[in-house]
Design a binder for this molecule. Structure first.
Ligand code: SF4
Ligand code: SF4
Ligand code: SF4
Ligand code: FES
Length: 952
């Protein structure tokens, strides 16, 4: 019956959870049927009836404090609050009457008596719920006077770089407190005092910056007045236009409204209908967009003959012709296979697809690889082998149905914060958590959350851990035999269960390897296996190892043996680092795979592409990134087109990478800044930010979402157009006029994308692939009823210790990770105010190891490995265990990768970033490498400045 009404955008209270029945009631004389458990306010809003409200919003459970939403209900005394009153069968409700208006006005006048009603000069004028209610009720003044005791002299808290808290504007509706608790899960805000004295405060009467606040902005979104307001709105004024797009940071893929005035971004607000984030965001996506207009942006193409020469600014035509000529000359002299390309997970699907097409069809080889090589390539290999598809199995909202969550080698509160908030909510509801991590991450013990088990394994022992878990499950009779018989290959199961039962896989036997007490591991295995729904979420702590692919298969084995695949609340879920890691892999960026993970050696698949692309393709896989470096050093590989990826900073063993880059005759970097790699480049092609182009990103849930252009490209070209121009200059014609045409081609050629197009994306908002005839609106949960490969495959996962071990010379194991405020190599976030939270990489070291070395927090510490050495400041902390040190890799001058080695995953060459044997010593000056880098950086900056001056 509700179909006849036009619902309001804001429904006042959330959708009731797990509603089983419907209830009929009458509101203002009209009949409606709604889910049982709905509030009267929500029912009215579904009919398009707006009940005045201040403390209610549909992203938070009703609170009932403002008394603005009063209604009358037949047969009931008084005027109940509609936000806290649930619908009942046959209820008859009135939302309007003279008495109600009088009551509401009275309440509002009390609010106004303590509020500076200076709407005309207020930054939020026109976007304020208090103002709306006052206008609706016709209240301009207060009988209680505006000059009595009030809070109007209260001091503003300007400590946060992105938003301000003005207590004089606060109506103490608790929305911010509830948003911080319920949505974000940080519990940074409280209400201090009672009655008239009550006021919102961060932490223990601290400023926002001093408190636990992580600057997610949820409180700012939920504030109905100007009390919590973005500083950008105060500075620039209210936005005029809004465009829905997708965050360009992490693999959560939050949907945002980009709100603009002209070509200036005023703010980014999380989009309520975005299915990945449901109206929530983190400090990066929400606030850290300043880099898009940073003065370091390069917007004019540049070329040079050698890296020892200054840059020369040129027009697009010259830059493209120069590049094409150099590439063709190299191929003539050194052969067809002497050049290649690298795609980036920061770029869109369409851009990535075009680069691999350019390499295969334009360069005539398969020398294309992606930065996913160095993060999640083992996920592709491991999940394809065991389950048949190289992707995570669930939608993020599936976690709301999990009873036990096992988090392996992932730190979502730092790296995937919006997913972390969903997870925390489920944990507060009672789901149990197992954290498998060498470090004490926040989720081990945080407000209202305590992990049932923290298995603090030693770096490098993942596979031993997974085998010990499976051993317990199989030998203690916890395997789901019925599921295995129905869903898995029986021979493989028998082989694997025989292997896993072996005593060498028992927790007791492996305790010395993993460092996990056997009894605790057994308890964790029982908890995981006996849960109704058990879900695994994992990160780079799983993949970036010499046995990364084996560990991914070990995870899939654990899920299969317990029957935890193929429905909601379970599954195997890789948390992808960058925004489009999933997409860059899907798009055929690997040297052995065409889009849709189809091997280049398959003649039928090749034929399909040859027909569409009108060119003959090479059947042999091309070079992976590490092979490109080796070949460059050997003199066989001479030209590289690198789109949006900073290999000089992000790849391991920086000495080796830099030697390779210096050996190239033509390095082409396409990026928005002169990044670390560009210091070695001969051509710089200025790229566009996500605000300046159209396209799509695919997040960790396989969700394809639109990226929409909100302003013209500062360089005059979107990135896909640059690749098109380069292809044409090389003599391979590309004729797209819009990225939607590229997606249409992808859909034609890729079975899992057959049903995807921009019109459908606009209608549905986003689509989780596979999307085709069998699943026209996409597939939230994979492997339902049957695995993509048919029967699930138990792969034998023998533990092979890494050769990277602690020795007398290098007695500590270095492992790496991220911080919330910085993103990946930091090129974007370092150019924002996020540096107030982290302005350098730090080395975490346990007090025992620190004391042995005379190191205190804040000291400069040199870390040396067999690959190189660097210097950074120490933090002495028990977050790491003795024998383990930890750092991040966001700052180029720290150069964490100067110490990481070339060890890599046996199947995919994903580097073993998570285990490097090092020594740490107290030092007083930068390392030799850092000194050389400082000189080199200065020289390259001068080359850039010269080019800019002569171009000006
Ligand atoms: S917060 Fe709202 S009601 Fe208060 S002055 Fe600003 S616009 Fe007016
Ligand atoms: S910004 Fe986020 S974390 Fe900080 S107080 Fe507001 S809701 Fe809490
Ligand atoms: S960085 Fe990740 S979690 Fe944060 S807003 Fe962007 S997509 Fe969402
Ligand atoms: S909106 Fe119902 S009491 Fe505030």
């Amino acid at each position: 019956m509700s179909e006849q009404y036009t619902p309001l955008d804001e429904l006042g209270t959330p959708l009731p959870r797990a509603a089983q029945t419907r209830v009929s009631l009458k509101i203002d004389g009209q009949q409606i049927q709604v889910d049982a458990g709905s509030s009267v306010m929500r029912a009215a809003a579904l009919m398009g009836i707006n009940v005045p409200k201040l403390c209610a919003t549909d992203s938070l459970d009703a609170f009932g404090s403002c008394r603005m939403c009063l209604v009358e209900i037949e047969g009931r005394k008084g005027s109940p609050a509609s936000c806290t009153t649930l619908v009942e069968e046959g209820m008859v409700v009135s939302t309007r009457s003279d008495q109600l208006e009088k009551l509401r006005r009275n309440v509002l006048e009390l609010y106004i008596s303590d509020h500076p009603l200076d709407c005309v000069t207020c930054p939020t004028n026109g976007d304020c719920e208090l103002q709306d209610v006052a206008e609706e009720l016709g209240v301009e003044d207060s009988r209680y006077g505006l000059h009595g005791s009030n809070h109007q002299q209260a001091t503003k808290d300007e400590s946060n770089p992105y938003f301000t808290f003005d207590p004089s504007m606060c109506i103490v509706c608790y929305r911010c407190v509830r948003a911080c608790d319920d949505i974000q899960g940080t519990f940074a805000l409280t209400v201090d005092g009672r009655g008239f004295e009550s006021k919102i405060t961060a932490g223990q009467m601290e400023s926002f910056m001093e408190s636990e606040c992580v600057s997610c902005g949820a409180c700012v979104n939920s504030c109905p007045t100007a009390a919590l307001e973005e500083k950008s709105v105060i500075e620039l004024g209210m936005p005029e236009k809004s465009t829905v797009t997708t965050c360009a940071y992490c693999g959560v893929g939050c949907a945002f409204k980009v709100e603009t005035r002209g070509d200036e971004v005023v703010r980014m607000t999380p989009y309520k209908d975005g299915k990945a984030n449901e109206g929530h965001a983190c400090v990066k996506g929400r606030f850290a967009f300043g880099y898009t207009s940073h003065k370091d942006r390069i917007t004019t193409p540049m070329i040079r003959e050698s890296i020892d020469e200054p840059w020369q600014e040129v027009d697009w035509k010259q830059a493209i012709e120069f590049t094409a000529r150099r590439f063709r000359e190299i191929q003539t002299e050194y052969g067809r296979d002497s050049i290649g390309g690298i795609t980036s997970s920061r770029c869109s699907n369409e851009e990535t697809y075009l680069v691999q097409k350019l390499v295969r069809a334009g360069f005539g080889n398969n020398n294309v690889d992606t930065c996913a090589r160095v993060c999640h390539s083992p996920t592709g290999y491991g999940l394809k082998t065991t389950l048949g598809e190289s992707a995570g199995t669930q939608a993020f909202d599936s976690v709301a149905k999990a009873d036990v969550v096992m988090l392996i080698g992932a730190n979502p509160t730092e790296a995937h914060p919006v997913f972390a908030s969903r997870l925390k909510r489920r944990l507060r509801e009672g789901a149990q958590l197992i954290v498998v991590d060498p470090r004490q991450t926040e989720l081990v013990d945080s407000p209202h959350i305590r992990a049932a088990h923290h298995l603090q394994l030693l770096p490098g022992s993942n596979v031993a851990f997974a085998n010990a878990m499976a051993h317990v499950i199989v030998t203690e009779g916890l395997a789901d035999e019925a599921y295995i018989r129905e869903r898995c290959e029986i021979q493989a199961w028998q082989d694997w269960s025989g292997f896993i039962r072996g005593e060498e896989n028992s927790p007791e036997h492996l305790q010395a390897v993993t460092g996990i007490p056997a009894a605790e591991l057994r308890a964790a295995a029982r908890l995981y296996a006996k849960a109704g729904n058990a879900a695994i979420y994992y990160g780079l702590g799983v993949t970036e190892h010499s046995q990364g692919s084996t560990m991914v298969m070990g995870i899939a084995n654990m899920a299969m043996v317990t029957g935890n695949l193929g429905r909601e609340g379970v599954g195997v879920n890789p948390l992808r680092g960058q925004n489009n890691v999933q997409g860059s892999c899907d798009m055929g960026s690997f040297p052995h795979e065409l889009p849709g993970y189809r091997h280049i050696s398959d003649p039928d698949v090749r034929g399909l592409f040859e027909n569409e692309w009108q060119v003959k393709l090479q059947p042999e896989p091309g070079l992976r990134i590490p092979n490109m470096f080796d070949a460059a050093i050997c003199g066989d590989f001479k030209g590289l087109y690198c789109q949006g990826e900073d290999i000089a900073q992000s790849d391991p063993n920086t000495h080796h990478v830099e030697t390779a880059l210096k050996a190239l005759k033509c390095l082409v970097v396409q990026d928005i800044f002169l990044n670390e790699t560009a210091r070695f480049a001969h051509v710089f092609l200025p790229g566009s930010t996500f605000l300046e182009k159209n396209g799509t990103f695919t997040n960790a849930e396989r969700r394809i979402s639109r990226v929409r252009k909100v302003m013209p490209s500062k360089s005059g070209k979107e990135d896909w157009e640059i690749t098109v121009d380069l292809a044409n200059a090389l003599g391979y014609p590309m004729n797209y006029t819009h990225p939607s045409e590229i997606m249409d081609e992808i859909a034609r050629l890729t079975p899992t994308f057959n049903g995807v197009n921009y019109a459908k994306l606009d209608t549905l908002g986003s689509i989780q692939w596979p999307c085709n005839e069998a699943a026209p609106e996409g597939t939230p949960t994979m492997h339902v009823g049957e695995f993509v490969r048919g029967k699930g495959y138990f792969a034998i996962t023998g533990f092979v210790p890494t050769s990277e071990r602690s020795t007398r010379k290098y007695p500590l194991l270095l492992t790496t990770g991220r911080v919330l405020s910085q993103y990946n190599v930091g090129a974007q976030t370092r150019r924002t105010k996020n540096t107030v939270w982290a302005d350098q990489d730090l080395l975490e070291i346990h007090p025992v190891d620190a004391e042995d070395r005379g190191i205190s927090s804040g000291d400069w510490v040199g870390i040396q490995s067999r690959a190189g050495d660097t210097v950074l400041r120490a933090v002495v902390t028990e977050k790491v265990q003795p024998g383990v040190v930890y750092t991040t890799f966001h700052f180029p001058l720290t150069g964490a990768n100067i110490v990481t080695t070339e060890n890599s995953d046996w199947a995919t060459n994903c580097p073993e970033y998570k285990v490097t044997a090092v020594q740490a010593t107290r030092v007083t000056q930068p390392s030799e490498w850092q000194k050389q880098q400082a000189v080199f950086n200065r020289q390259q900056k001068e080359f850039l400045d010269k080019a800019r001056k002569s171009g000006a």
